[in-house]
Design a protein around this ligand. Structure first.
Ligand code: GLC
Ligand code: CA
Length: 729
């Protein structure tokens, strides 16, 4: 656990290694590629990298099925190379977090191979093996649970005449955390990486690691994830996490963030409330990612801004003064956000709006690779071209209810493969991701959407992200301010304030291409001078409001002090008229003292992070006072139809109790998304000259070498050679 509050000021960049950058030309991203991009990552203004699994894995779930917890997948490099990356990151002031995946391992992990050998094998109890039931003379699994990824949750083993539990794919058997030997292994894994110099962990589906005594049947049965109430957020999860904390994590100044599907803020608070009982620094919730779907991304629904706002505000408000939120709008498990909550037509505008919308909330922002350049969903013409195990399962399930065309559309819009296309570095062949043949399709839009082009453009999304991250670091209100939502009922605008020690940040986000009149509330006077971010030029204010352009964003900063507005170089002390309305120092700061302590300068501030232009380049021009044609239009009472509200599966105990048959998808007659075959699939493209820098040698390490154990490469559990292909996707 982090000993001080450094993680509250940080921003994290997530790398899904297979698609980040290929350094050796085999078409698969790797740690050579990461080394070559450390300066780029640093230039964003983030403070840490979280690596999705880098470990040896048969890739049934692309790394989330681990066959050796103390090594690096040969596709990505080896432990020595990892150490170079770690040193290179540390030398740049970047921390490094690993993905801890201990709800399950791979079925090719030596533990599992041993556990299968016999009921008296010492590893047998590392997993959850049970005899089947006999129902009317027929052999049945031990209970009626269904997995999240692949049919029933039990797989039969003939040799043992027993079933093993897998909440995810068949090749991801669940570990038996109730076994103290398994917990000892987990503590060993934690120590191994911490002693190597790693700074913390993102803990995969950590709320699932305890299963209910007796593994009872679950009713009413549902086709996917049936039984969740018996394995989600059980009291024993707290016991296990407390043990990991006391016996290992407390000895290191490390950061932990848990992943918790279907978890409410109330439940999350049980883990992350600051104080004696805290077992994790932060928790990753899901509800804000369910505003255009029903429990899973693949069951599509029309986007509901109110649903999204409700989810964000729920977490913001309930954690305020008690715990520190984790903020994200993209990761490797969800389609690209612009294609979902924003607009591909207004890609840059909506990308900027979405960025500010979540980065300026209270919490630690996570940014997923490619998000910062506004990558979008892929549209492949065949469902078979999507390799993910979860996508395939969803295709199988949806095909029972929906015509082929609609299944394809659900995949194109909802598959997490959308976030797993190679990062678009440049307009070179294969987007500069590889000199070889990429393992997965490069989105054909790379010629226009790529990092190199955006480096050159001061108004690019990439540079906007840099400015936002820098602003956050330079303005305590953006980190420590209390969150207050305005206009919660509005169907088009998301508006919130942050307040801290006499500063007020006002964030106004339009989620529509329609013109909507925004009227500032009494007590706030919009002024050109207070504007710190916008995604259009010319930001007029008329009668203390404005009419929005598509996906418009405006962020205003009001300060009573004579602080400098660094984004524009304008002094806010000139602000007239509303000084007295600026709220006093927020109570949570003055009062409880437990949480929002005054900011401690973060180690990486001012350490040579890329210099972002100080001028008002966001707009190029100063915003004029007045515009002739702008007429106020009411934003209240518009008659846009409300999105029908169906029971939200994320409320309550976690088990969705409605069968996931999407009414909006069934027979809605909406035209299928136009099929755009991806030109970059397959061969036919000449290899590029050499779009990669040679793997850079890392900058000299500054950290204390004594934190590194000797013989770190010695791992007695030899990595098994993947033998069985039978279940490979
Ligand atoms: C988490 C991961 C996801 C993985 C699953 C099973 O949700 O983020 O990618 O498939 O756990 O490990
Ligand atoms: Ca490679």
């Amino acid at each position: 656990m982090a000993r001080t509050q450094w993680y509250k000021e940080m921003a994290v960049y997530q790398i899904w290694p297979r698609s980040f950058c290929d350094g050796n030309g085999d078409g698969i991203g790797d740690l050579w590629g990461v080394l070559s991009k450390l300066d780029y990552i640093k230039s964003l203004g983030v403070d840490a990298i979280w690596f999705s699994p880098l470990y040896p894995s048969p890739n049934a779930d692309f790394g989330y099925d681990i066959s050796d917890y103390k090594n690096i997948h040969p596709d990505y490099g080896d432990l020595e190379l990892f150490q170079q990356v770690l040193e290179g990151a540390h030398a740049r002031g970047l921390k490094v977090f690993m993905d801890l995946v201990v709800n399950h391992s791979s079925d090719e992990h030596p533990w599992f191979l041993e556990s299968k050998k016999g009921k008296d094998n010492p590893f047998h109890d590392y997993y959850i093996w049970r005899p089947g039931k006999t129902v009317r003379g027929k052999r049945k699994p031990p209970n009626n649970w269904t997995s999240l990824f692949e049919g029933g949750a039990w797989e039969y083993d003939e040799g043992l005449d027993e079933y093993y539990l897998h909440l995810f794919a068949k090749k991801q058997p669940d570990l038996n955390m109730a076994n103290p030997k398994v917990r000892r292994e987990v503590k060993d894994i934690l120590r191994f990486w911490l002693d190597l110099g790693v700074d913390g962990f993102r803990e995969d589906v950590v709320t699932f690691i305890a299963k209910a005594e007796g593994l009872p049947d679950s009713f009413p049965p549902i086709p996917m994830a049936n039984g969740m109430k018996y394995y989600s957020n059980l009291p024993a999860v707290h016991d296990y996490l407390r043990e990991f904390k006391r016996e290992v994590l407390d000895a290191y100044d490390c950061f932990t963030v848990g992943e918790s599907p279907m978890t409410t803020p109330e439940t999350a608070l049980g883990y992350v409330t600051e104080g004696e009982e805290q077992v994790l620094d932060e928790m990753i919730g899901f509800s804000h990612m369910e505003a255009d779907c029903l429990a899973t991304d693949m069951i599509r629904r029309p986007f509901s801004l109110r649903k999204m706002k409700k989810a964000f505000s729920d977490w913001q408000q309930k954690l305020q003064g008690k715990a520190w939120p984790a903020l994200y709008i993209e990761n490797h498990d969800h389609p690209r956000i612009i294609s979902r909550y924003g607009s591909e037509k207004y890609r840059v505008e909506s990308g900027k709006m979405l960025a500010a919308m979540y980065l300026l909330q209270r919490g630690t922002p996570f940014i997923y690779q490619g998000q910062e350049i506004g990558m979008t969903n892929l549209r492949l013409p065949q469902v078979e071209q999507y390799p993910d195990v979860m996508t395939r399962n969803n295709v199988r399930l949806l095909s029972k209810f929906l015509p082929k065309k609609q299944v394809l559309r659900a995949v194109q819009e909802g598959a997490r493969d959308n976030a797993r296309t190679p990062v678009q570095w440049s307009a070179e062949p294969n987007a500069g991701f590889t000199t070889g043949t990429p393992w997965f399709t490069v989105n054909e839009n790379y010629t226009t959407i790529n990092a190199a082009a955006q480096e050159e453009d001061p108004n690019s999304l990439l540079n906007f992200y840099r400015r936002l991250l820098r602003f956050r670091k330079e303005h305590p209100v953006a980190i420590w301010g209390d969150y207050v939502e305005l206009l919660p009922e509005d169907k088009h605008l998301y508006v919130y304030e942050r307040n801290y020690a006499g500063s007020k940040l006002l964030v106004i986000c339009s989620f529509t291409d329609e013109q909507i009149r925004f009227q500032a509330p009494t007590g706030i006077e919009l002024s050109e001078k207070a504007l710190v971010f916008a995604n259009y030029e010319w930001n007029f204010v008329i009668s203390n409001g404005f009419t929005t352009r598509p996906y418009e964003l405006r962020v205003y900063l009001f300060e009573t002090q004579t602080a400098e507005n660094s984004e524009f170089g304008i002094r806010n002390s000139e602000l007239k008229g509303n000084e007295t309305d600026v709220p006093p120092t927020p109570e949570t700061f003055v009062g409880d003292g437990a949480l929002d302590v005054p900011p401690i300068p973060f180690a990486s501030v001012g350490d040579g992070a890329l210099d972002v232009p100080q001028d008002n380049s966001e707009f190029g021009i100063r915003n004029a006072e007045l515009e002739d044609g702008e007429t106020p239009s009411p934003s209240v009472g518009d008659d846009a139809p409300d999105v029908p509200l169906t029971p939200d599966a994320s409320v309550g105990d976690g088990a969705p109790d409605v069968p996931p048959i999407p009414e909006t998808l069934v027979g809605d007659g909406a035209p299928a998304v136009p099929l755009t075959p991806d030109a970059s699939v397959g061969e036919g493209l000449a290899p590029p000259a050499d779009p990669h820098e040679a793997p850079a040698s890392p900058a000299p390490a500054e950290e204390d070498p004594s934190t590194r154990p000797e013989g770190f490469a010695q791992d007695d559990s030899a990595p098994p050679t993947p033998a069985s292909e039978e279940d490979a996707p």
